[in-house]
Design a protein around this ligand. Structure first.
Ligand code: GCU
Length: 650
């Protein structure tokens, strides 16, 4: 028997109660005790409630929302009501969470319904075991071109269910090698096994698909979505897949982007591609999740009218209403690529007749590689709360992606996940707050970033109130700290190309000529107004006008929308150049503060956690220092304006 040496994350159940195996009493009313999901719920209750001595009854109540639950605590018995098994399981996890957080569960009286129907994790794991943008070791799903199934797989499913995740895409959106394509006979047995483990926890398995499979697997000479032979090939293939994997949720597709094949090659639209696959998968109840991250990465950035930010809207908006019912568009939160600050993609809510879901990234690709502390839930809250003005009410991003705004059944949130086979799952132990937080938020978008942080801290550690507050505060301020020492006021990037860690102010991915920031001797920023690229006009009013005018544009996005002179006065009274200097020095200081604050946790968290996080703070401070130096000296040289405070800038 393998000795379990990996972290239990927020499910350790060991902080405040014993981790004994003795059982509590579980009863059923209207639910089948032998049901696989209820068995999982029962196992979990045995783990976490063993020493509490309360009995739990699962009662079916058809009036409870899908995947929702009511909990009524009592001295002798706690009743969890749900209309389906997932709801019952989530109710059990809620009960356990409340107990671990120190609440009196006999007094519990809650009623929950998920905000989003689809709550998904997207792994960017490759079959060779590497992970694209992975910062936590290698894949725990794949190694050496094969699928891994072991005890960690089960724990993974438990973690996901405990935060309300109901769908997981296990492989990278960049599906590149036909020899290891998952939709081939070689992998069906293991995929089936995996889907069964997931099913025990109410999770559906999804796969990323290669749009060029008819060529690469099928030997056809094209993959035109309107070609009869191609369609016939997909029909056979999808039948073969569903014969072996009847519970498969569907496919995620990245097409026509960053070298991936797609319908554009054949003069077809994104809707042609997505609908063809949607039709083929419809008889099996599957769905097609089609990504909107479509842009021409080789476009010449020197042309000031060309703008990558425009691409999503330009390619997808006109096709609104053409997508079939079982197709859902997955839209990144911003128009660029998971920067520390971006405006909201105008496609969200820009589409009013199409199923859509939000994609965010908890893998910290541009936000510090899980070396730097960057708690992302405050950012996700901002995104969800953004008023799109797509209609007069019910128009926030949360309204749109939950399906509430336009009555879509297919809707939700997905995160590019931050896990790997490191023993602590997320590289930096503190990055697990993002993993936990995404799930909790996707289930309940009303939770605040602070509530989620506090829950996570309580479930993960056993700290006194003062240290708990300290850690919560460190998490809550970390995003702004990271933003301060990296790229200012929404301009983004300035990172080392390809790796996306550390500064490279002029670093530009795809050609020798571009910069993302367009800084010159006079100023910095991209003119995305009606006189520039016109991107601001992709928003509804009054957002379009607000962004179009530098005086009304939110300052934290000023350089995203405008080319601004260095002597521009910000609302604080600082000039732009002074703001750049000040925020970078501040960010570096704050990084040092974080490192110092963490020292208080020695002896209060497990030593290995303490050491791992300490080491990362050391690296973060070095990184912040480097950023501060490089950004400040770059803009000093460009602008030739000295720091008012006379600090040393080289
Ligand atoms: C980013 C990231 C890529 C990824 C892509 C995507 O560009 O750097 O690694 O493949 O996003 O979302 O498809």
């Amino acid at each position: 028997m393998e000795v379990k040496n990996w972290s239990d994350l927020w499910l350790s159940y060991s902080n405040k109660i014993g981790a004994g195996e003795s059982s509590c009493t579980v009863m059923y009313d209207g639910f089948e005790p032998e049901n696989r999901i209820l068995k999982s719920a029962e196992k979990e209750l045995f783990k976490g409630l063993s020493e509490v001595g309360t009995a739990v009854k699962f009662r079916r109540n058809e009036a409870v929302a899908k995947e929702g639950y009511n909990i009524n605590g009592g001295k002798d018995i706690t009743v969890i009501e749900a209309s389906d098994e997932n709801g019952a399981l989530y109710g059990a996890f809620h009960l356990l969470r409340s107990l671990e957080c120190g609440e009196d569960i006999t007094e519990l009286n809650v009623s929950k319904a998920p905000s989003n129907p689809l709550r998904m994790m997207n792994h960017w794991d490759n079959m060779d075991g590497s992970i694209e943008r992975g910062y936590s070791g290698r894949s725990f799903f794949f190694e050496k071109d094969d699928i891994i199934i072991n005890e960690r797989t089960v724990d993974y499913a438990r973690f996901m269910a405990s935060i309300g995740i109901n769908g997981v895409v296990i492989n990278n959106v960049n599906v590149k090698w036909a020899a290891t394509d998952l939709i081939t006979i070689r992998f069906f047995d293991k995929l089936y096994e995996l889907s069964e483990i997931f099913a025990d926890y109410g999770i559906k398995l999804y796969l990323s698909l290669n749009f060029a499979s008819p060529i690469e697997l099928g030997g056809l000479d094209n993959c035109d979505p309107l070609d009869d032979q191609v369609i016939a090939w997909w029909k056979d293939k999808v039948k073969e897949v569903y014969d072996r994997l009847p519970n498969l949720g569907g496919f995620l597709v990245k097409a026509d982007s960053e070298g991936r094949p797609g319908p554009f090659t054949y003069g077809r639209t994104q809707a042609d591609g997505a609908n063809m696959l949607g039709d083929v998968i419809a008889p099996y109840g599957g769905i097609i999740i089609w990504r909107c991250f479509v842009y021409n990465c080789t476009q010449d950035w020197r042309d000031t009218k060309t703008d990558r930010a425009r691409a999503g809207y330009d390619y997808f908006k006109d096709l609104d209403g053409q997508y079939h019912d079982n197709v859902i568009l997955q839209i990144k939160n911003g128009p660029m690529d998971f920067q520390i600050r971006e405006p909201i993609s105008p496609l969200i809510g820009g589409l009013t007749k199409t199923n859509q879901m939000l994609e965010v990234q908890i893998a910290q690709e541009y936000t510090g590689h899980q070396i730097d502390l960057c708690y992302l839930i405050p950012m996700f809250k901002e995104i969800l709360g953004f008023k799109t003005y797509c209609q007069s009410e019910n128009d926030t991003v949360a309204d749109v992606v939950s399906g509430r705004a336009f009555g879509n059944k297919l809707a939700g949130m997905a995160a590019v996940i931050n896990t790997g086979n490191d023993l602590n799952w997320t590289g930096n132990d503190l990055a697990a707050a993002n993993l936990y937080g995404f799930g909790r938020l996707a289930y309940d978008t009303e939770l605040t970033a602070e509530e989620i942080a506090r829950e996570w801290v309580r479930l993960t550690f056993d700290l006194d109130k003062e240290l708990e507050d300290k850690l919560v505060n460190m998490l809550l301020t970390s995003r702004e700290t990271y933003e301060k020492y990296t790229s200012p006021l929404g301009i983004g990037w300035m990172v080392t190309p390809n790796t996306h860690y550390g500064p490279s102010v002029d670093g530009y991915e795809y050609s020798r000529w571009g910069t993302y920031h367009r800084a010159d001797h006079f100023g910095i920023g991209v003119d995305r107004t009606d006189k520039g690229t016109g991107y601001a006009q992709q928003y509804y009013q009054p957002n379009a006008d607000m962004y179009n005018d530098p005086k009304t544009c939110p300052e934290n996005l000023l350089l995203f929308f405008h080319h601004i002179p260095y002597d521009w006065k910000l609302k604080s009274g600082q000039t732009l150049i002074q703001y750049i200097y000040d925020s970078h020095f501040e960010g570096y200081e704050e990084a040092k503060e974080l490192q110092k604050s963490w020292k208080a946790f020695e002896g209060k968290v497990p030593q290995n956690v303490y050491n791992c996080v300490s080491h990362r703070f050391e690296l973060q401070v070095a990184n912040a220092h480097e950023w501060c130096d490089q950004v400040n000296s770059y803009f000093y040289r460009k602008s030739a304006v000295a720091d008012e405070k006379g600090r040393e800038i080289f």
